[in-house]
Structures are given as structure tokens and as C-alpha cells.
Design a protein around this ligand. Sequence first.
Ligand code: SF4
Length: 219
Amino acid sequence: MTQPLTRTDTIAYRGSGSAIYLNITNRCSSDCEFCLREWTDGVYGEVLTLTHEPEPDEVTQAVELEFLAGPADEVVFCGFGEPTMRLDVVLAVTEWLRLRRIPARLDTNGHGRLLNPDVDVPAALAAAGLRAVTVSLNAADPQSYDRICRPLFGKAYRAVIQFAEQCVQHDIQTTLTAVDYPGAELAGCETIATALGAAFRARGLATPGGRDRAKKTEA
Ligand code: SF4
């Protein structure tokens, strides 16, 4: 049953677990076939469509408000867009969280270095104190990746794998994920993750009215 959407312009929100999720942009460098944005405005009863992109102080205020409502094990950059489109905000908020000993995780499509070519993004994330990263791989070969994720960049698949590899090298807990869509090469994705020294997790395909609806917020 569809949950009613109760808030608008949501920056921080809760899911089914013990994390606080952050929604800092609606822009993305992919156009995945399975993206929730194709058929919904939000998840968990929250509208994630932003009328403006929040500045770091708005994000940290939203985090503080969520902690007033209850504890959380971690804060996750996620939402309805690719967080590294706004790397400066991710770094500033991660630093703010580190100073408060709050674990931070980034859910990303792995395009960080393509989007910020002048920055060593994994090194900057590690320096800011990022504990963990979840990188969407979604395919075991470049052709499938381009077909499914429709990235803005050429050779994005190679860049995603390099991004994950560099996160591992910087001691960021790294997990590769793949959405379990029809025909997904989950075993091949897991083999790639293992070779990089990363963990692997398959994610349920969220569909309108489907079993996994509202569980996934970013690929
Ligand atoms: S699923 Fe995630 S990476 Fe793919 S288009 Fe949507 S927001 Fe971007």
C-alpha cells in the first residue's frame, strides 16, 4: 500500500533501519532504467523533490533535528540524486559529522572523479572522515552498464570501478551493489567486488506497487 507523503523538500529522513539519510541534490549523472524518480516523488512517506539544493548549514541543522527525534547509527548521503554532484557539501558535512563522532556513509553511482576532475575524490572523502561508501555497479561489463545506467560520461564503467578501488585503498569500507533487475549479472558483479577487496550486496528492484517499493532511495 502506498505511504502518504507527509513532508516536502526533505533534506534528512529515516528509512526502515537506524540510519539518517540525506537528500542534498536531485541532479544525477546517470539515468538508470530502474530509477525511482521515474515513478515517484519520494520514499518512506517523504517527498524528496527539492525546490532548492541545501547549503551545508541547512543539512547539519536537518541532521540535528533528526537526532532530536531519536538516535541513529550512521548518516548516509543518499536521496534522489548523486551526492558527489555536490562534493563540497558532502565533504563539509562529513567533516562536521566526524567532529561529532557520527559515522558517515556515501551512497554513490561512483562518478565522483568524473564529476570533479580536479579533485582526488576518494582521498578527499577519506580525509574528511568518511567511514563507508556504497558504489552502484549494476553490471558486469561496460556495455550492459551503459545500457542500464545510461551515464552522461563515456567510459563511466571503468571510472566507477577505479573509484571503488581507490576507496578501498583509502581504507573506506567499500561495498559494490547491483540492483536485481531481470537479467542482472549479480555473480559477475560480486566477482568484481571481491577482486577489488570490496564487499558486495544485491539490492531489490523497486517497482510501482512492488514488494520492494520504498526500500531503495538511490542506486
Ligand atoms: S538510480 Fe541513482 S544513480 Fe541511477 S539515475 Fe537514479 S539517482 Fe541517479
